[in-house]
Design a protein around this ligand. Sequence first.
Ligand SMILES: Nc1ncnc2c1ncn2[C@@H]1O[C@H](COP(=O)(O)OP(=O)(O)O)[C@@H](O)[C@H]1O
Ligand SMILES: [Mg+2]
Length: 172
Amino acid sequence: MTNFENPVATQPPVRLVSRSPEDTQRLGHIIGAVAQAGDIVLLNGPLGAGKTCLTQGIALGLGVSEGTSSPSFVLMREFAGRLPLYHMDLYRLEGAEINELGLDDYIFGQGLCVIEWAEKGSVLMPEEHLSISLDYAGNDQRIIEISASGNRYSTMMTKIASGRGAGNRDKD
Ligand SMILES: Nc1ncnc2c1ncn2[C@@H]1O[C@H](COP(=O)(O)OP(=O)(O)O)[C@@H](O)[C@H]1O
Ligand SMILES: [Mg+2]
């Protein structure tokens, strides 16, 4: 089936249920462990859905020792791990401000870029990326949907899904 909205997508999204913040962090840890230099991970979903929590796991998976609190008051924070982690949050920004950030230096850099509220800057984002949306599913549960655009990210998504094992996979 052709996906006209996203012609480079090569695989259906992976849907997971997280049952706790630790569960979300564990997913992040796997993402950090499989990430390669220059990877782009776009995070979307409402406030409190767990984007920063997931990023904390990603940082741990990259071997970052410093804490990654929400960067909402800082536009971009860089952390040293196995690869540099560039953590951005576009929540407080509007169109023109986002254009002026100079995001390209990071997006086309040699680290792992994790961008919260990425859809606010969607026109600046590369066509190929891993996209993760998080949403509330009652109490401490979150639905997490991972989609890949481009072969590189399809491979990454397969590694993430297999790294996570069958244990918490949501069955349709
Ligand atoms: N399954 C879950 N995954 C992630 N966070 C959860 C989960 N259940 C409860 N939470 C809580 O939701 C909040 C998520 O906050 P945060 O990661 O800062 O969200 P965001 O960055 O999307 O605004 C935290 O207080 C966390 O403890
Ligand atoms: Mg956040």
